[in-house]
Design a protein around this ligand. Structure first.
Ligand code: ADP
Length: 520
């Protein structure tokens, strides 16, 4: 009996394949269609599925059988007792390929390859072309594929498409999540706490037990990421600030050291203002100049560190930073100077040249000032009777100054001012009693509201003409606080203050200072 095998991938079976099967079935007594599992191509159908599809097409050809074929064709032929391999030829390329395979097979076993020429109408049909035009939605697929296979093919191609869409979509979701939680080099500012100062301040070792409350308000900083950043676009009480805007480019360790110092210095100023106003004994000792930052142009950038306190320059001790600035201002650029400093309680000395300080030209210094290239502030030690101790916990920065001053003063003078009120506020306090502006006041209003405050002290510093020239829409701290309260905390009364006296006046008499809005 002449048995032939027609091996192929048939992924899917095309009209070209079917024609070869039919013609072979007219030549040989038995034709076995060997359904292969082509490993080099990503198959659309499993061999089993292909068998099912092909069987419906060849059911009217009694001498045609189907089999799944693994391994070499010649091995399979040996198993089924076939002597002939049938292959189809569409073009010269097929011929070259089939000739090589035929040569190999006849070298491997006693088999004969019979090549059947494709009919002209089938010469351009291939399984891969069928898949391609099918996936693009061609509707006259019956020209290329047996009718019984068209539907199965379309269905499979659609399923594959949605699988790809799903894969792309899930990839996008994963990318979205990664982008969303990836940390950004910046911070999210949100309303922090309005803490009752009674828990932080002790005078003569005693906590205050009066009914009223003075609250220090804070802004909460958290590391930003993509999701949190998006929240700032929706939630008006959240905002994003770059790391540079928050820390001024300092490392987080240096930044928190400086914030700590600011807090200590705010407390020292608060004690000075409160004790002077209360006519209680206080002495101050000038420790020196506290270094807030060192310029990259400074000759001292390696020897002096943020947090150092400079105690002398060229052996001269000063009583405040103004005298230190004056001593250096008129020196010519490149003059050698020696500074004494203390760092973590240890003394040190450094020598370097003076530099010209950028942006310091004034009437007094037409050529600008000389200096050593540091940003500085006074470091003052305060001793009081009775003794005040403040523990601000996690809170840093200078913005608690105003509220500390009120708290210390009222406790010191018999708790007459709060009158049971729940009072919040913010603002720096200078040693001579002036209130200064701070950042994030809108968030502090929300913190005060959450703590149930009804009064909020906000710094009012009248903007200079120069500032308004550059920033027409400039809002003073007071305005921003007032507008935020109007919108989100209508029960909170925002009181503008310029000095500590304004605070006392308001608490005693309810009198509010006059302000003018900078925006006309
Ligand atoms: P393979 O991966 O083994 O080439 P195919 O399914 O692509 O599997 O083809 C199987 C056989 O059918 C091959 O000999 C091929 O040349 C032949 N063939 C493919 N398409 C046609 C067609 N349109 N007309 C005639 N023969 C074809």
């Amino acid at each position: 009996m002449s048995i032939a095998v027609f091996p192929g991938s048939f992924d899917p079976l095309t009209n070209g394949h079917l024609d070869i099967i039919k013609r072979a079935s007219g030549i040989f007594e038995k034709v076995i269609v060997g359904v292969g599992n082509n490993t080099s191509k990503a198959a659309l159908f499993t061999p089993q599925e292909k068998m099912t599809l092909i069987s419906t097409v060849v059911k009217d050809l009694p001498n045609v059988e189907l089999a799944i074929m693994k391994g070499l064709t010649v091995q399979f032929m040996n198993e089924v007792g076939a002597k002939y391999i049938v292959r189809g030829l569409r073009n010269g390329k097929d011929f070259e390929y089939e000739r090589d395979i035929a040569g190999m097979n006849s070298a491997l076993a006693d088999v004969e390859t019979v090549l059947l020429l494709a009919k002209p109408e089938n010469q351009n049909i291939s399984s891969s072309m069928v898949k391609e035009i099918g996936s693009m939605g061609a509707d006259n697929m019956v020209k290329f594929v047996p009718k019984a296979i068209v539907e199965a093919l379309k269905e499979r191609l659609n399923a594959q498409k949605s699988k790809i869409v799903l894969a792309v979509a899930s990839l996008l979701v994963i990318v979205g999540i990664v982008v969303g939680v990836w940390p950004l080099n910046g911070y999210i500012e949100s309303p922090g706490e309005a803490d009752d100062l009674a828990q932080f301040v002790k005078i003569d070792g005693k906590k205050d037990t009066s009914k009223g409350q003075y609250r220090i308000t804070s802004v909460y900083l958290s590391q930003a990421n993509g999701f949190k950043y998006l929240q700032t676009k929706i939630n008006p009480h959240l905002s994003y600030a770059t790391a540079k805007e928050v820390t001024g480019g300092q490392s987080s360790a240096t930044f928190s050291k400086v914030q700590d110092f600011y807090m200590q210095s705010a407390i020292a100023n608060a004690e000075q203002v409160a004790f002077k106003k209360a006519n209680k004994p206080i002495t101050t000792k000038y420790r020196g100049i506290y270094v807030l930052s060192v310029s990259s142009k400074s000759y001292f950038k390696k020897s002096i560190k943020v947090g150092d306190t400079i105690t002398a320059i060229d052996g001269h001790h000063y009583e405040n930073s103004d005298s230190f600035i004056k001593y250096l201002a008129n020196k010519s650029k490149g003059t050698k100077v020696t500074v004494d400093y203390t760092r973590y309680g240890k003394k040190g000395q450094a020598t370097g040249d003076t530099i010209k300080l950028a942006g310091t030209k004034t009437a007094e210094y037409p050529n600008g000032r000389a200096g050593i290239g540091i940003v500085l502030t006074d470091n003052v030690a305060v001793t009081t009777t009775p003794k005040v101790s403040v523990n601000a916990g996690q809170i840093g920065g200078p913005s608690g100054g105003l509220m500390f001053t009120i708290k210390i003063y009222d406790q010191l003078t018999g708790d007459l001012l709060a009158k049971g009120r729940n009072i919040s506020g913010t603002g720096t306090m200078s040693a001579d009693g002036y209130v200064g502006e701070i950042g994030g006041i809108d968030k502090k209003i929300m913190a005060a509201k959450a703590a149930g405050s009804t009064v909020f002290f906000a710094p009012y510093v009248k903007p200079s003409k120069e500032l308004l020239k550059y920033e027409e829409q400039h809002k003073t701290n007071y305005m921003l606080a007032r507008d935020t309260a109007k919108k989100y905390a209508p029960k909170l009364k925002v009181i503008p203050v310029q000095t500590f006296d304004d605070v006392i006046n308001y608490l005693q008499t309810g009198k509010v200072i006059k302000t003018t809005d900078s925006v006309k």
